[in-house]
Design a protein. Structure first.
Length: 457
């Protein structure tokens, strides 16, 4: 649109070059200013399509992934207003998306039933969607880089009848890991499948990595570092109710998820239970501790876990991290208002579950937290601090747009390869406890920051 406007202006200038010298000058000034607004800005948004907005199913935090990049192509997935699964693809640094409405629908009235995608090392798109204690729904693309999906297929055929929270993770060798809960809230177990790009087959490498012992559930977050070490942290929940979340625990695997150890190197006897789990940070019940947040690692492989829980009775974003074999905590401390987490189902919460990013290149150690907060008008916001010099946490809004009960999901593969931030954005409304809002479809967008360090200078 911008280019067509410029062409129209130049045509008008050419036709009237003799009679309208002053308007010509004004027009050139207008073009120059408009060009600067577009090209000199460090933040861009790109429209993709119209999405389901009656709840937050398109923007829940545990999507892994909503958006991802492979060899110069970016892929995205969302539900449209008719609950169909929609896939999109574009070349990086372009605004034109190829959008395909698939043959598949989801039960979008339940915000748990999100879509997760990944691209394997051969370029095949893998998609899993529509789960809350229900049978596995999974398909892959017919060809590399294609948006056309196979029929629904099984992975391993084992423990696929009560699936929740499907999450894909890319391994450095091109293989994939698939994490999910088998069983119901309060009594579920963590299952891990592994996809081999050579055999093109899934195997189940963990049928019960973390065992709730039919008494509780582990709600986890995962990251894979540059060396392929898989880091898992989790909180325990004693019942369906969120206020029974407690404690933050940790495990890692150096062989793609087959064996697991503590941060000390001590080998776990599997499955991990509440008695054997390494305690990264003790957090009691009724602390406003949230579940299912985010992890990252520094270049040395130290894990950084972001969450929120009370500090002086105010829920604050907190970072639990490993340094010199000791667990430490950073309280960001910038929030001022209190609220109380309680009850079950998808909650309407004043703040989003956070995402975390690390950039420890160029002799700095920048830690970033993506979030949304009613205190800041429910915009896309970024908190940041340079851990090298212990600077205080600062906050910058990345959008003027209000995003409702949105939670962050960014393109992790693009960040790892280019340190460019590309965020899935939609304005959504979440009614507490799985209610539905009477809303129209809202825009699916990407919000992109090309040079994050330049932005925060």
């Amino acid at each position: 649109m911008f280019i067509s406007i410029i062409k129209a202006r130049f045509k008008a200038i050419y036709i009237n070059r003799v009679s309208f010298l002053v308007p010509m000058k004004i027009t050139f000034i207008w073009i120059y200013c408009a060009f600067c607004l577009v090209s000199c800005s460090n933040i861009y948004t790109t429209y993709i399509g119209e999405g389901w907005s009656h709840n937050s199913v398109n923007t829940v935090k545990f999507r892994k992934n909503a958006i991802t990049t492979y060899k110069g192509y970016q892929f995205i997935a969302y539900y449209d207003q008719s609950s169909f699964l929609v896939l999109g693809k574009r070349k990086i640094n372009t605004s034109k998306w190829n959008i395909v409405k698939t043959q598949y629908k989801g039960n979008t009235v339940d915000a748990h039933n999100d879509i997760s995608i990944a691209i394997d090392g051969n370029g095949y798109l893998h998609v899993s969607w529509d789960h809350h204690d229900t049978a596995l729904r999974y398909a892959k693309s017919l060809n590399p880089l294609s948006l056309q999906l196979t029929d629904e297929i099984a992975m391993t055929g084992s423990q696929e009848d009560k699936v929740t929270y499907p999450e894909f993770y890319n391994m450095p060798n091109g293989n994939l890991l698939f994490f999910y809960r088998s069983g119901a809230s309060g009594r579920g177990n963590l299952v891990i499948n592994s996809y081999d790009v050579v055999s093109k087959e899934w195997t189940q490498i963990q049928s019960n990595l973390i065992d709730g012992e039919d008494k509780r559930s582990a709600y986890w977050q995962v990251c894979v570092d540059s060396e392929g070490v898989v880091h898992v942290s989790w909180v325990w929940r004693e019942t369906w109710n969120v206020e029974t979340n407690h404690d933050l625990c940790y495990a890692r695997s150096k062989d793609g998820g087959k064996t697991w150890e503590k941060s000390t190197g001590e080998t776990y006897k599997l499955p991990i239970t509440i008695e054997t789990a390494e305690l990264a940070w003790r957090i009691p019940q009724n602390s406003n501790l949230i579940n299912q947040t985010s992890m990252c690692s520094d270049k040395k492989g130290n894990p950084y876990i972001v969450t929120y829980f009370n500090e002086n009775k105010i829920p604050q974003y907190q970072v639990i991290y490993l340094e010199a074999n000791h667990w430490k905590k950073i309280n960001t401390g910038f929030r001022t208002s209190s609220f109380v987490l309680g009850g079950g189902g998808t909650k309407k919460i004043p703040i989003a579950r956070p995402d975390i990013l690390m950039d420890d290149s160029k002799n700095q150690k920048m830690l970033y937290i993506l979030f949304r907060d009613e205190e800041r008008g429910n915009k896309v916001s970024l908190a940041y601090s340079n851990l090298k010099d212990g600077s205080i946490w600062k906050v910058k809004d990345l959008s003027e747009q209000v995003v409702g009960q949105w939670e962050p999901n960014y393109d992790m593969s693009l960040w790892k390869s280019k340190k460019e931030l590309s965020i899935f954005v939609q304005n959504v409304t979440q009614i507490d406890g799985e209610g539905l809002a009477n809303t129209n479809a809202s825009e699916i967008q990407t919000l992109e920051v090309k040079n994050l360090r330049k932005l925060i200078k």
